[in-house]
Write a protein that binds this ligand. Structure first.
Ligand code: NAD
Length: 437
């Protein structure tokens, strides 16, 4: 099938590439000419495992190309995906300006039947709004489909190739059949394609993210209570996770959720509910707990060292909002680093992929290191913010020798407290008792 994908971010680039890998002819379009020019030179704008190889292969085999000319891409395609950003507006509601603009541009370029598929995360009613925008600009027939994306950054290619389910919101049989055909190579292992009304598809995406965010905030609250009453949240997590009604996923406490999706989608649901006269109290609490949790580690730093952090040296391991990505949007590391800098501390940061992004955000206010141990030379403490695998079994002896004080604040519970005590560290984690050598 001939496809065009508008927006070459985490979603559009991965979706376009994977559709090409499935044998389709795909043009990925973006307004960011610099990004497109780099993609054409084989420079991939994001870090996502497996993506670069797939892009190179599909470009070489002529199934995948990149451009800025939306009009000619639409003329060549039967199915047009909208995968542009839907960032929070000032009030927290999803800003649909880019979606609406792209819908209008697709309409203006149409020369026959098209399926216009919205992949961006959008409030209920957006498919209908897109339908109206397109209908006022073309007399050609078209269908609007809502096809929310559930991929996880860091495992995006794998998630796209083997989705747990594909959700298709459509009001037309013709569009449903085309979408089923398009997705058939990705659901061969009995993965379901769920067909529903567009409104339900739009809501499904928000409900999934809201539910995951709720689990995280709930576990973070239990972690904070565990610390105060002498319980260990890791034991509690395992204890509840084996209940089949609960399961083990998304029960890990930490320094709060971040990224481009959970924070903005939780806010968007709260706003959408308000617009319809509903106070979504639970999600307001989820959001408030998360904001608070981002300071959990800094509070522990202050409790240990006192209020005066001026001139102290903190090593930071992990900047991305989660492992295997370079994405720092709403990352807890932003809050932690800003709080330490405001207190006059010196911050020495390391991340396997996100150093460039951090440099763009903090400039010369932070010291960046290409080797994780270098961030620890003369450090008063280490703060672990992202649970990259390479941090799990470091050379503890080397760390202790490099650091001025052997103090670790672990925001992801990746070390064992007893082992850390034996290794001579003062060790703080989340929802577990702190230990001293
Ligand atoms: P992104 O910011 O990484 O990429 C968006 C891209 O769209 C950018 O390259 C931008 O230049 C381009 N763009 C903006 N306006 C445009 C226009 N008028 N014409 C052409 N291109 C335009 O965003 P993302 O993370 O890929 O997210 C896209 C959507 O998918 C959002 O609604 C997001 O909530 C949703 N989503 C994201 C993820 C994720 O993990 N990132 C997962 C599922 C769903």
């Amino acid at each position: 099938m001939k496809l065009c994908v508008v927006g070459t971010g985490y979603v559009g680039l991965v979706a376009g590439t994977c559709f090409a890998e499935g044998g389709n002819d795909v043009i990925c379009v973006d307004i960011d000419a610099e990004k497109i020019s780099r993609l054409r030179q084989g420079i991939i704008p994001i870090y996502e495992p497996g993506l670069e190889e797939l892009i190179k292969r599909n470009v070489a085999e002529g199934r995948l190309s990149f451009g800025t000319d939306l009009s000619s891409a639409v003329k060549r395609a039967l199915i047009c995906f909208i995968a542009v950003g839907t960032p929070p507006g000032e009030d927290g509601s999803a800003d649909l300006a880019a979606v609406v603009r792209v819908a209008a541009e697709i309409a203006a370029a149409m020369d026959g039947y098209r399926v216009i598929v919205n992949k961006s995360t959008v409030p209920v009613g957006t498919a209908e709004r897109v339908r109206q925008v397109v209908a006022t600009r073309t007399h050609h027939p078209f269908d609007v489909v809502s096809n929310p994306e559930f991929l996880k950054e860091g495992a995006a290619v794998e998630d796209f190739m083997k989705p747990d389910r594909v959700v298709i919101g459509a009001e037309s049989e013709r569009a449903v059949e085309l979408m089923k055909e398009l997705y058939s190579p990705f659901v061969r292992t009995e993965r379901p394609i769920l067909v529903m009304r567009t409104a339900s598809a739009e809501m499904t995406k928000y409900a999934a993210n809201a539910m995951l965010a709720t689990r995280i905030s709930l576990m973070n609250e239990f972690a904070n209570l565990c610390e105060r009453v002498g319980a260990d949240v890791s034991d509690v997590r395992r204890g509840v996770g084996f209940d089949q009604r609960i399961g083990h996923h998304f029960l890990f406490p930490g320094v709060g959720y971040g990224g481009s999706c959970f924070p903005k989608d939780v806010k968007a649901v709260i706003c959408s509910a308000e617009e319809h006269g509903l106070d979504f109290k639970l999600l307001r609490a989820v959001e408030e707990v998360n904001q608070h949790q981002k300071y959990a580690l800094v509070d522990k730093v202050r409790a240990h060292f006192g209020e005066h952090l001026r001139g102290m040296h903190f090593g930071i391991w992990g900047l991305a909002f989660k492992p295997r990505t370079d994405d720092m949007r709403e990352a807890p590391a932003l809050t932690v680093i800003e709080a330490l800098l405001q207190a006059g501390a010196e911050v020495h940061a390391y991340d396997p992929e996100a150093l460039g992004e951090a440099q763009r955000i903090f400039g010369s206010r932070v010291h960046y290191h290409r080797v994780n141990y270098d961030a620890l030379k003369g450090a008063d403490a280490l703060l672990v913010i992202t649970e990259w695998n390479e941090f799990r079994r470091p050379d503890f002896e080397r760390m202790r020798q490099l650091m001025k004080q052997p103090v670790v604040f672990d925001g992801r519970n990746i070390y064992d407290p007893d082992e850390m005590r034996e290794l001579g560290f003062t060790y703080y984690s989340v929802g577990r008792q702190s230990v001293r050598p």
